[in-house]
Design a protein around this ligand. Structure first.
Ligand code: ADP
Ligand code: MG
Length: 436
């Protein structure tokens, strides 16, 4: 069977493709269970997405429809967890370090721009003056925007400045499970003693406390004890404190005692800077044109930006070709196809109309009443932000309006985002809805 597969692909693919994707697979079979071992995660994904279906159909033909094909990583599965791209040499989490900090997340590797400069400055202040600058420091923002990176950077800097400080980084889910364990072992005293004795407590993604009242109670005590003792607490969350659901008011109000800062999605130039920096840590000199190409297409968050870069780098390594615009385009083909399918201008118009409970046709009508005009401007600004359409294209899609009208709408919405919290929230919510 495998020989037949090889033959098939040798015929269908270019020699380069065959050598890169099919040849490295190791074949193993037990009865009707066929396992193909891929040398790494990248090959595995690629084969699964593009060739698995064909392999399965060949197998079915060979084994009377009974075969079952699975793909696995060969050897020790160290590659299965996506390793962060940042930080050469590849650092491991300090073994036995009770702080649970990952030393690759530092301020040095954190790229700053308008989107995060406030959060970064506050984080550095706190790390340099723990317990006295802002307590707690509350960092919030969407996924993949650097919250974990920042909170860990605080821990790492405090550790560097005060090696004796008792630091603990805990993901909120871990904290919840620590509470559960304390329950099971009736060890709340130990739990309290440990958490209340810290010099620096870093709690990541506190929205996970939602609905967990015992956890919240324990955290309430820990929080009070630490703040009273002038020990630093840093919290991250996916939303603004008042907007978190399922968390007690007494905690929410305490979150606002120190400083609350946001991390926002990075703008284009910052995304380019991040890409170039990430590439540099891998000893790759990324061409600015390629960086712009990736950054233009991957806008949602830094994690996805990193993922895209990894894909491009891996593609170049496996094919032995230099990183050019064409190579990047090829490596990201699937990703880009998915994106452009998801967010079309029709999609945006429909979503905005539903959101404001108006008709889609109102958006391209000549109506100028505010309840229609504002959503129309928002929809135009969203089209500019989320699609690669030009201003005239967008104008066309809104009943043949002039490109200057679109430009005006984008500027207006940009201004309103800074001055009008309601518009700013609507805009963000709509982006979230549209990005799924
Ligand atoms: P979050 O916790 O907000 O979901 P992370 O901190 O996990 O996001 O960030 C996702 C990835 O993007 C991480 O690998 C992180 O190092 C990287 N990253 C995020 N923001 C930046 C930045 N400003 N500069 C460099 N890397 C960043
Ligand atoms: Mg995080």
């Amino acid at each position: 069977f495998w020989a037949a597969c090889l033959q098939h692909f040798e015929r269908e693919l270019t020699p380069q493709q065959f050598k890169t994707w099919i040849k490295p697979l190791k074949y193993e079979r037990q009865a009707h269970d066929i396992v193909l071992h891929a040398p790494n995660r990248f090959v595995l994904d690629w084969v699964r997405d593009r060739f698995l279906e064909t392999i399965e159909s060949i197998a079915k033909a060979h084994f009377d429809g009974k075969a079952h094909v699975t793909l696995q990583l060969a050897g020790p599965s160290t590659e299965s967890a996506p390793a962060p791209l940042a930080g050469a040499p590849r650092a491991k989490v300090r073994a036995k370090d009770p702080s649970r900090l990952n030393p690759i997340f530092t301020f040095d590797t954190f790229v700053t721009g308008k989107a995060n400069q406030l959060a970064r400055a506050a984080a550095i202040q706190v790390a340099e003056n723990p317990g006295t600058a802002y307590n707690p420091l509350f960092i919030y923002g969407g996924v993949g925007l650097g919250k974990t990176h920042l909170i860990q950077a605080i821990g790492n800097l405090v550790h560097e400045l005060h090696p004796e400080a008792k630091i603990r980084y805990t993901h909120a889910e871990q904290y919840v499970s620590d509470v559960v364990k304390a329950y099971q072992h009736k060890s709340f005293d130990d739990f309290k003693q440990y958490y209340h004795s810290l010099d620096l407590l870093l709690i990541d993604d506190i929205q996970f406390f939602s609905g967990k009242s015992r956890t919240q109670e324990e955290f309430f005590y820990a929080f009070n004890a630490l703040i009273e003792a002038h020990k630093q607490v840093v919290i991250t969350c996916d939303s603004y404190p008042k907007e978190i659901n399922g968390i007690e008011d007494r905690l929410i109000s305490r979150f606002g005692w120190g400083l609350t800062v946001a991390v926002e999605p990075p703008e284009l130039e910052m995304r380019v800077a991040i890409l170039i920096k990430k590439a540099a840590t891998e000893q790759i000199q990324l061409d600015e044109g390629v960086a712009f190409f990736i950054a233009k297409h991957i806008r949602s968050n830094v994690r996805e930006l990193e993922g895209a870069l990894k894909r491009v780098v891996a593609f170049s390594r496996f094919t032995g070709m230099p990183i050019t615009l064409d190579l990047a385009r090829e490596a990201l083909k699937d990703l880009l196809a998915v994106q452009s399918r998801q967010i079309s201008i029709e999609n945006i118009q429909k979503t905005v109309a539903d959101y404001y409970k108006i008709k889609v046709s109102d958006l391209y009508s000549k109506k100028r009443s505010r309840n229609v005009a504002r959503p129309r401007q928002l929809a135009m600004a969203l089209a500019k932000e989320l699609t690669s359409l030009s201003l005239p294209d967008i104008g066309d899609a809104f009943g043949g309006r002039d490109h200057t009208t679109v430009l005006h709408a984008c500027r207006k919405i940009g201004e309103l985002q800074a001055t009008n919290p309601e518009i700013s929230r609507d805009f963000k919510t709509l982006i979230q809805i549209l990005r799924g």
